[in-house]
Design a protein around this ligand. Structure first.
Ligand code: AMP
Ligand code: MG
Length: 268
C-alpha cells in the first residue's frame, strides 16, 4: 500500500503548504487500513525482539508537530504490542535550569537509545530551532548554526549504530482548531488543554516557516525528515507504522549466535 508520506531528501526544497494534510495516499478505506495496521504491528513486535536480542544497533524515532498534531497518539500506536523492556519514550519540555546551564544537545544526547532499544522522542533538539526561533529566546546568530550542529550530531549518532527517522506530523490550522475545541468539550481531554497553545496558534505562520527551514536544512541521507499528512489519525498511524517497520526490516536485526550446542546438552 502506497503511503502518503513525503520523504525530504535535502536536495529539493519541501514546501509544507504544497502537502495536503488530508492526503491518504493509496491507503483506501479506514477499515482496510486498520487491518493492515494490525499485521504491521505483529511484524514490529518480531523485529523489536530481534533488535533487542541482537544488541548491536538502535532505532531513534523523532516526533515533531504543532500542538494537537498527534505525537502522543503515535507513541501509543507504535508501542502497543511491543516489549516494554526494549523501548524508551522521552518527552522534552522547556529545559530546566540545570539543562539550560549546558549546551542544548546535552540533555538530548543523554536520551539517545542504548543498543537494542527503540527510542521515541516526543519533541526533540528541533525545539531549539523551532520554539526558540519563533519566540526569539536566543539571537539568530545562536540558532542559525544549530542546523549544521544538528546535522553533525545526527551523523555522529548514525555512525555509531543509531538509525534515525524523523517525523513531522502535518496538520492543518482548521484541524488544530477542531482538536483544541474537542479538548475543551471532552472532560477526559480537558487536562490536555493549555492556554499557552492559543498563543502558539497565533504564531502558526511563523512555526510553519521554522518547520520548513528545519526540515529543509536537516534532511540528510542518514537522518531524513518524513512529512506525514496527519489530519486523519488512521492515516497518520498507518503511515508511521509502515515507515518504522520498513526501516527495521532494512536494519535486519539478527539473533546473536550462541556457542551452546543444544544437542550436546542434557538437562537432568
Ligand atoms: P507539551 O509537549 O504539550 O507537554 O509541551 C512541552 C512544551 O515544552 C512545549 O511548549 C515546547 O515548546 C516546550 N519546549 C520543549 N523543548 C523546548 C526548548 N528546548 N526550549 C523551549 N521550550 C521547549
Ligand atoms: Mg501540549
Amino acid at each position: 500500500m502506497k503511503s502518503p508520506v513525503v520523504v525530504s531528501d535535502g536536495k529539493r526544497r519541501i514546501k509544507l503548504a504544497k502537502i495536503d494534510p488530508e492526503d491518504a495516499g493509496g491507503y483506501g478505506s479506514k477499515e482496510s487500513a486498520l487491518e493492515h495496521l494490525d499485521k504491521l504491528r505483529a511484524k514490529l513486535a518480531r523485529l523489536q525482539e530481534a533488535l533487542y536480542a541482537e544488541h548491536r544497533q538502535s532505532l531513534l524515532i523523532v516526533l515533531q508537530a504543532m500542538d494537537t498534531g498527534g505525537k502522543d497518539g503515535v507513541v501509543k500506536t507504535i508501542f502497543t504490542g511491543v516489549n516494554p523492556t526494549g523501548v524508551q519514550v522521552t518527552s522534552f519540555k522547556a529545559p530546566s535550569s540545570e539543562e539550560r546551564d549546558h549546551d542544548y544537545l546535552w540533555r538530548i544526547h543523554r536520551a539517545a537509545p542504548a543498543k537494542g532499544v527503540i527510542g521515541i522522542w516526543n519533541r526533540s533538539h528541533y525545539e531549539d530551532v523551532l520554539v526558540v526561533r519563533v519566540h526569539e529566546l536566543v539571537k539568530k546568530e545562536v540558532w542559525k548554526p544549530r542546523y549544521r550542529q544538528i546535522n553533525e550530531f545526527e551523523r555522529h549518532l548514525a555512525e555509531n549504530g543509531t538509525t534515525i527517522i524523523k517525523f513531522f506530523l502535518h496538520i492543518s490550522k482548521d484541524e488544530q482548531k477542531r482538536r483544541l475545541q474537542d479538548r475543551l468539550d471532552d472532560p477526559e481531554k480537558l487536562w490536555k488543554f493549555n492556554l499557552g497553545d492559543l498563543t502558539e496558534r497565533k504564531l502558526w505562520g511563523e512555526y510553519q516557516e521554522a518547520y520548513e527551514d528545519a526540515i529543509n536544512a536537516c534532511s540528510t541521507p542518514l537522518a531524513p525528515w518524513h512529512i506525514v499528512p496527519a489530519d486523519r489519525n488512521w492515516v497518520r498511524n498507518l503511515s508511521i507504522m509502515q515507515t518504522v517497520v520498513e526501516t527495521l526490516e532494512r536494519m535486519s536485526p539478527r539473533y546473536p549466535k550462541s556457542d551452546v550446542k543444544p544437542a550436546s546438552i542434557v538437562i537432568r
